[in-house]
Design a protein around this ligand. Structure first.
Ligand SMILES: NC(=O)c1ccc[n+]([C@@H]2O[C@H](COP(=O)([O-])OP(=O)(O)OC[C@H]3O[C@@H](n4cnc5c(N)ncnc54)[C@H](OP(=O)(O)O)[C@@H]3O)[C@@H](O)[C@H]2O)c1
Length: 352
């Protein structure tokens, strides 16, 4: 049996059962998600992990054998079949991913920021089915695959989704009377919010995800600029405003929506008011998506929207798809017809 990286306890590569050659993979990133992906690969003899590109090779990683795997040498990415980008940002990690794609290879990425903001560069490769990005939206909870797959049989009518767990956690604390500042500080203390919370509380993380989903199901030409310009976060909400909604039996949540408006698809992210019992009124980091299509009706997907384990699950699913030579989600060829009337499914989602 062939072995690549062996430690006292763990073998990251063995020959695939049944004799096939393992798929060579490398990761960019060994943070919250990357560490979990490496752990999952421990039990996956169909993959040979050749290395993990990081910024700081001295930092201890939470997987066995990290000293042999982590590197700052970009050469580790050359020659792999499937590159897994779990680093983030719109800079170097995206550049390296695009270089890999330009060589005709497959990419698995959880990086919604790069997909949303640099989509034109990914698009030719996505059209060839070589970009896999299930984990970029709602982590391991299926969203990308269902919109680009099973739901393509219906004409889209609307989409409403909770796409950012950090805002959910903060708004739930404000429901209990906390100010925004106090709730944010508590969310940071509990590890739900980053030291720099702008991407989350400004609504931009949800906007990245909505842009990715919108292009797959509604309009392939949806621009990041359009969604960004229609994004409002939660930092100007007051606990008094939430209390006023509570008196009406309603709660406030950050929702990304795509609806028909005056003959156009309109995508926006903003805090809205929802009646208690509404399916999008989730708690904690739970994300949820309501898609309405004709004739499928309304479809509801709900589950963890973040976290190393959930996201790594989505990444591994994509790696299996890529290793099998199956296509990633195919971009839409043209915009879906815009319904003449606004969706019934927007019922219950009330603008603030
Ligand atoms: N965390 C989640 O729940 C979640 C959910 C869905 C999607 N995602 C997406 O998954 C990606 C990773 O998220 P994360 O939470 O794991 O981030 P993270 O904990 O901050 O880890 C990022 C990792 O990437 C490495 N890195 C960053 N830029 C790099 C570069 N230019 N070259 C080489 N290595 C680089 C960092 O190296 P060092 O450790 O050496 O600094 C670190 O190991 C992001 O795109 C994020 O949006 C995350």
């Amino acid at each position: 049996m062939k072995q690549a990286v062996t430690t006292n306890q763990v073998t990251y590569q063995t020959a695939r059962r049944g004799g096939g050659k393992p798929t060579k993979v490398a990761l960019i990133g060994a943070g919250t998600v990357g560490e979990e992906v490496v752990r999952l690969l421990r039990n996956r003899p169909e993959f040979e992990l050749v290395g993990v590109l990081v910024r700081d090779p001295a930092r201890e990683r939470a997987f066995t054998g990290w000293q042999e795997l982590v590197t700052t040498n970009e050469d580790v990415l050359a020659g792999v079949d499937v590159l897994v980008e779990v680093a983030g940002g719109t800079g170097n990690a995206a550049d390296l991913s695009l270089r890999h794609l330009a060589a005709g290879k497959q990419l698995v990425t959880a990086n919604k920021a790069a997909l949303a903001e640099r989509w034109a560069e990914y698009l030719p490769h996505a059209e060839e089915g070589r970009v896999h990005f299930e984990a970029a939206v709602m982590a391991g909870t299926p969203a990308v695959g269902v919109l680009a797959g099973a739901l393509r049989g219906s004409a889209p009518v609307s989409l409403h989704a909770v796409l950012n767990g950090t805002c959910n956690v903060i708004l739930a604390m404000m429901d209990e009377g906390s100010s925004f500042a106090a709730a944010l500080a508590e969310a940071q203390r509990l590890g739900f919010a980053e030291a720099d919370p702008t991407l989350d509380v400004g609504g931009f993380d949800a906007a990245h995800k909505l842009t990715v989903l919108g292009r797959l199901a509604f309009d392939p030409a949806l621009t990041w600029q359009a969604v960004h310009g229609a994004t409002r976060g939660i930092s100007d909400l007051t606990e008094q405003a939430l209390a006023a909604q509570a008196q009406r039996g309603r709660r406030v949540r950050l929702i990304g929506s795509i609806v028909a408006n005056s003959g156009r698809w309109e995508a926006q992210v903003r805090p809205v008011s929802l009646p208690v019992g509404h399916p999008l009124l989730t708690t904690g980091g739970t994300n949820a998506l309501l898609f309405t299509g004709d004739p499928v009706g309304t479809v509801y997907v709900r589950g963890a929207g973040a976290g190393g384990g959930s996201t790594a699950s989505g990444v591994l699913a994509d790696m299996l798809t890529a290793a099998a030579g199956s296509s990633g989600p195919r971009p839409l060829a043209s915009a879906a017809p815009v319904p003449l009337t606004a969706s019934e499914a927007s019922d219950g989602v009330e603008e603030l």
